[in-house]
Design a protein around this ligand. Structure first.
Ligand code: SF4
Length: 371
C-alpha cells in the first residue's frame, strides 16, 4: 500500500491572492486558454464536509473525527458565490454544477440555487444549473431544490449490494434510501438524472453488470467512472483501475452496446447505447482515455479558491479579492488572465507516466473542490 500523505499542509493553507493587473479589462467576453479551450463550465464546491467516507475521495483514516473541516466564516457566503459566478457567466460559463463534499449538507442551499438561477448568459439564456449528490438527503430536499430553480441532479451510487456499498462509502447508509432519493428527484422533474459509479478494481467491479442490468430501460443514465488519483489521500494504484474498455466489454457481453455521438464538445462521458434501444450508459475515462483536450471546466472551492484542473497543486484566492473590496472589473480581469494562462492537462501527462508521479505531488483534495 502506497505511503499515505496526511493532507495537513493542504490547500487551505496555501493562500496566494492573485495580483490584480494594472490594465483592467471589460468584465465580459469569451475566454480561451493556451490550448484553445473555452471557459464554459464552473463547478462550485459549497462545503468541504460530507456524511459519507468514500474510499476514493474521503478515506476515513484521513478524514477522521479529528479532521479540521473549514469553519463557516471561511466559506464563501451565498452572496459572494453568486457575485463570482456572475462574473464567470459574463465570460461564457453556461453550466454551473454545485458540488462538495456533499452539497446538500450546506444549510439553506435552496437560497443559493434561487440566486444562481436568476443569472442569465450574455445572450439571455438560462444557465444549466445542476448538482452532484450522494442522495442521502435527496428524497427530503428534491422538491425544494426543484422549486428553487435547480434543473438536474447527478447521483453517486457505487453499488446496489449493501455490503459492497458500505465498503465503498465506509458509512452505514442503506442503498434503498439512495434509490428513494433518485425516484423522488425523478418525480419532481430534476432530470435527466445521471447515476455515477466509481469503479475500483477488487472492490466493486463485480457490480458493473448488476448495476447496468438494474438501470437498463430506466429513465436514468448510468455512468462508470475510472478510479482516479485525485488528491493525496486515497492511496491510488494503477492496478486498481478497471479501464472503461473493460467495463464496456463486460456489459456488452450480455447486453450489446454501440457507441454514439457526444451531446456536446467537452462532455466528459463517452456514450454507449443498448442495441435494443433500451437506453444508454456512459464511461468517464480520465486514466486510460484522457479528455483534457476538450476540458472547459473551472472549479471554485468552498472558500473561494479558483482551480483550473481537478488535479491542480495550487489555487488562486478569489475570496481575498472579494473581501478586500475589489471591483467586479478587477476580479474579472484576474479570472481572464488566469484562464488565458491555463495549460493544465494532467490526465494526459499521468497517462504517460507512472504511479510515482501521482502520489508525490500534493494535489488538491476532491472533497475540497468537488469532482
Ligand atoms: S485532468 Fe485537468 S485538464 Fe484534464 S480533463 Fe481533468 S480537470 Fe481537465
Amino acid at each position: 500500500m502506497a505511503e499515505r500523505i496526511i493532507p495537513l499542509a493542504d490547500h487551505r493553507l496555501l493562500n496566494t491572492a492573485p495580483v490584480v493587473p494594472s490594465t483592467l479589462e471589460a468584465p465580459n467576453g469569451l475566454l480561451s486558454d493556451t490550448l484553445a479551450r473555452p471557459l464554459q463550465d464552473l463547478r462550485i464546491s459549497v462545503t468541504d464536509r460530507c456524511n459519507f467516507r468514500c474510499v476514493y475521495c474521503m478515506p476515513k483514516e484521513v478524514f477522521d473525527k479529528n479532521y479540521a473541516f473549514l469553519p463557516h466564516s471561511s466559506l464563501l457566503s451565498f452572496e459572494e458565490i453568486t457575485r463570482i459566478a456572475k462574473i464567470f457567466v459574463a465570460h461564457g460559463v453556461r453550466k454551473i454544477r454545485l458540488t462538495g463534499g456533499e452539497p446538500l449538507l450546506r444549510k439553506n442551499l435552496e437560497k443559493l440555487i434561487a440566486m444562481l438561477s436568476d443569472l442569465k448568459t450574455p445572450d439571455g439564456a438560462a444557465l444549466d444549473l445542476t448538482l452532484t449528490t450522494n442522495a442521502s438527503l435527496l428524497a427530503r430536499k428534491a422538491q425544494a431544490l426543484k422549486d428553487a430553480g435547480l434543473q438536474r441532479v447527478t447521483v453517486s451510487l457505487d453499488s446496489l449490494d449493501e455490503a459492497t456499498f458500505r465498503r465503498m462509502n465506509d458509512v452505514d447508509f442503506p442503498v434503498a434510501d439512495v434509490l428513494r432519493g433518485i425516484e423522488e428527484a425523478h418525480r419532481v422533474g430534476l432530470g435527466p438524472i445521471k447515476i455515477n459509479m466509481v469503479v475500483k478494481g477488487g472492490m466493486n467491479d463485480q457490480e458493473i453488470v448488476p448495476m447496468a442490468r438494474y438501470f437498463k430501460g430506466s429513465p436514468f443514465i448510468l455512468r462508470f467512472i475510472e478510479y482516479m488519483d485525485v488528491g493525496a489521500s486515497n492511496g491510488w494504484k494503477m492496478d486498481e483501475v478497471i479501464p472503461s474498455a473493460e467495463v464496456v466489454r463486460r456489459i456488452g457481453a450480455e447486453m450489446p452496446l454501440q457507441e454514439i455521438e457526444p451531446n456536446y464538445t467537452g462532455e466528459t462521458a463517452e456514450r454507449w447505447q443498448y442495441k435494443d434501444g433500451s437506453g444508454e450508459i456512459g464511461v468517464i475515462s480520465s486514466v486510460t482515455q484522457a479528455f483534457c483536450h476538450d476540458c472547459t471546466r473551472a472549479r471554485l472551492s468552498t472558500e473561494g479558491k479558483l482551480y483550473t484542473c481537478l488535479f491542480a497543486t495550487s489555487g488562486h484566492d478569489l475570496r481575498a479579492l472579494v473581501r478586500a473590496g475589489r471591483s467586479d472589473e478587477e476580479i474579472s480581469t484576474v479570472i481572464a488572465h488566469l484562464w488565458r494562462a491555463r495549460s493544465d492537462r494532467y490526465s494526459e501527462l499521468r497517462t504517460a507516466s507512472t504511479e510515482g508521479l501521482t502520489q508525490a505531488v500534493r494535489k488538491v483534495e476532491m472533497s475540497y473542490i468537488g469532482g
